[in-house]
Design a protein. Structure first.
Length: 296
């Protein structure tokens, strides 16, 4: 209880620290990465159960029992490519360390983020944190006129997870601390961060079925509230089928419907190879997520 109260106090104090927001709309935007969770609508605040919790809720890392390497690829709306490489390793009882690299964009705007995370379990309660080290470069290609510049900075995500029977509860404060030093030909040098969000999640596991539900609260007027819901049916030890929905709460539009497929195979010496994919249906066009993971 002391740890829980301490984290809640830290969340309350950290949220207002983010004084300014990026002058580049969509800079370091969360486009939703991960084959398994995006197949479930992006609902994962209660935990993903894999090394990909480094992206969704680092508290979930505490439950890992094996080391893991994973890679992801997507191309948002067929326009914005994004790649992720990461790994996680248990380090003592109920403790896991993880790291990853995220790269997205093209020649006009390239964003790179290094992630360092850890999860620590304390009975049914787990705490986690992720430090994001960021760099961006933007500018016109070739001789085309336009504004050029760069940015670097850091951010901190804080997560909590609680398990009780088949239920999982999660809380994530993303961008609890966020600062970016921007430098451009037009505006010079200035400091602004990425808007914070508070995400709450519930997960239920019952045999081959799992359900996740998330509510994301915007803590800045530049963001909007969102909700996500997803289900997974593990029809066979090799096969999993998934479906999900993500919806902005300020409009009936901006809705994602998702379908996902997972294929896994146990290998020798306790290793397992997992391939997960998800397809997002949207008015702006569909997007495919592909994730490969090796547990050992």
């Amino acid at each position: 209880m002391r740890a829980l109260l301490g984290l809640c106090l830290l969340l309350a104090l950290a949220a207002p620290v983010n004084a300014g927001q990026s002058a580049l709309p969509g800079a370091f935007a969360d486009i939703g990465l991960g084959g398994r969770i995006m197949g479930m609508g992006g609902a994962a605040a209660a935990g993903n159960g894999s090394a990909a919790d480094l992206l969704w809720n680092p508290a979930g890392l505490a439950g890992l029992e094996r080391s893991s390497l994973w890679a992801q690829q997507t191309e948002q709306f067929g326009l914005v490519p994004a790649y992720v490489l990461g790994g996680a390793r248990p380090w003592g009882a109920g403790r896991t360390l993880a790291a990853g690299l995220l790269s997205s964009g093209d020649g006009l705007l390239r964003e790179n983020t290094a992630l360092l995370g850890a999860g620590q379990g304390m009975g049914p309660l787990a705490l986690g944190a992720v430090l994001r080290l960021r760099h961006a470069a933007f500018g016109p290609e070739g001789d085309t006129p336009g504004v050029a510049g760069s940015a670097y900075g850091l951010a901190l995500d804080l997560g909590l997870q609680f398990r009780r029977g088949p239920a999982r509860y999660g809380l994530l404060l993303r961008e609890a601390l966020s600062d970016l030093r921007w430098s451009s030909d037009a505006l010079g040098v200035y400091h602004e961060g990425v808007p914070p969000t508070l995400r709450m999640g519930l997960g239920l596991d019952s045999g081959p079925l799992s359900m996740n539900a998330d509510l994301e609260l915007a803590l800045d007027r530049e963001r909007v509230h969102k909700a996500a819901l997803g289900v997974e049916w593990r029809a066979h030890p090799v096969l999993a089928l998934r479906a999900g929905l993500s919806q902005r709460l300020d409009t009936e539009e901006q809705r994602f419907l998702t379908l996902g497929l997972g294929l896994g195979q146990d290998l020798e010496q306790g290793r397992r190879l997992q391939l997960d994919s998800a397809y997002l249906f949207h008015d702006l066009g569909g997007s495919l997520r592909v994730e490969a993971r090796l547990d050992f």
